[in-house]
Design a protein around this ligand. Structure first.
Ligand code: FAD
Length: 332
């Protein structure tokens, strides 16, 4: 039963979640909380903790599969915690919709006042969109984020997952991350003290509330040109315009079956080679473009997608003896 609670932020009871994910499947949340800023996020988190409720953090839902039915407890969405600041020069006017430099500095420990305009740092809250940050890099002529073009998500989700690919990972440009720890305190983690790995930001249960990104001053045209090129390459191999949750499985490692000298095989190649791209459960289908993506052709349910993942795992195990590990996050 949903309790009546005075939340310190926008709160929706029995909230539908499917449209808050890129795969567009899943049921409802007992509570969906939408704080506006890092302090409100902390207050909401503390209150949920006090009530003894399960807490889950939702970014853009771009790497997430949610099951049907109702998730007990709270889902805290970071999508309103989305501001991005540039350190200001002395005397520079503050945009009316921005916090003062002292306020921004207080929130993320940037020295105030003032850092030179050619300082290519961005102070970003967790819910800022990754595609928006890539665009900002392009507009400023600062390089470092263009390799993340075509990766949907929020900054917080990207840092938590260490999102990236062949042109680099988000942690390559992280100077400092501010997290909300499991004891309810904020902590600033410098890049040198972070421990990111393959698709894992190494932050455990901590919640990313913001970060300072350090990009490189570059030539605007060249940054834009690289972004364009990377996007073209990505579009050729990934179903970026369809509803999906990104890669479903981790790459298994090891050599191609029967040839120990061959290169490591990716999960997508394996699924392709085994002829499993035709697998589907209702409108949930393996993408024809990339074997490691499941796409929702319209109206798929959580159980269709979870069932299809099980079918793929079983088939790969039976045919090649490989136990594929699921990379995408699953809420059930
Ligand atoms: C078409 C497509 C292409 C993609 N291509 C790539 C790619 O090339 N490379 C790549 O790495 N990924 C890729 N992805 C996956 C996805 O874009 C990334 O994993 C992205 O970082 C997810 O961010 P999000 O905000 O949507 O996180 P969500 O999906 O909302 O959450 C993912 C996980 O992170 C946690 N989380 C979210 N926000 C926070 C936070 N603030 N603090 C702590 N934990 C948090 C959630 O609880 C959950 O466990 C792709 C996805 C799609 C749909």
């Amino acid at each position: 039963m949903t309790l009546s609670i005075e939340w310190p932020c926008v709160a929706l009871a029995d909230a539908p979640l499917a449209h808050r994910t890129t795969l567009k499947v899943g049921g409802r949340a007992e509570w969906l909380l939408e704080p506006d800023n890092p302090d409100q996020l902390r207050e909401a988190w503390l209150m949920a903790k006090e009530q003894g409720l399960d807490i889950r953090i939702l970014g853009m839902g771009a790497n997430l599969i949610i099951d049907d039915g109702t998730l007990p407890g709270v889902v805290i969405s970071t999508q309103r915690v989305r501001r991005t600041f540039r350190p200001l020069e002395p005397g520079q006017t503050i945009q009316p919709d921005e916090l003062s430099e002292e306020e921004a500095a207080k929130l993320l420990d940037i020295e105030a006042p003032a850092i030179a305009a050619d300082d290519p740092r961005l102070i970003v809250w967790a819910g800022a969109s990754l595609p928006g940050l890539v665009r900002a890099g392009n507009e400023l002529g600062w390089s470092g984020l263009e390799g993340l073009i075509g990766v949907p998500g929020t900054l917080g989700g990207a840092i938590a997952m260490n999102a990236g690919g062949r042109w680099g990972d988000i942690w390559d440009v992280v100077d400092m991350v501010r997290v909300l720890r499991a004891d309810g305190e904020f902590e600033d983690i410098a890049r040198a003290d972070g421990n990111p790995g393959y698709r894992n930001g190494g932050l455990g249960d901590s919640i990313v509330v913001g970060a300072v990104l350090r990009l490189e001053l570059d030539n605007k045209l060249q940054v834009a040109e690289r972004s364009k090129q990377y996007l073209l390459e990505k579009r050729a191999v990934q179903p970026v315009t369809e509803s999906s949750a990104g890669c479903v499985f981790k790459n298994p490692g090891g050599a191609k079956a029967g040839n120990p000298n061959s290169k490591k095989i990716s999960a997508g190649q394996l699924i392709d080679e085994l002829g499993l791209k035709s697998l589907k459960r209702g409108p949930a289908q393996v993408s024809e473009l990339h074997g490691n993506f499941i796409v929702n052709r319209g109206g798929a349910t959580g159980s269709d997608v979870f069932g299809l993942i099980d079918d793929l795992k079983r088939a790969v195990q039976d045919m090649r003896g490989i136990d594929l590990e699921v990379e995408v996050k699953r809420w059930r």
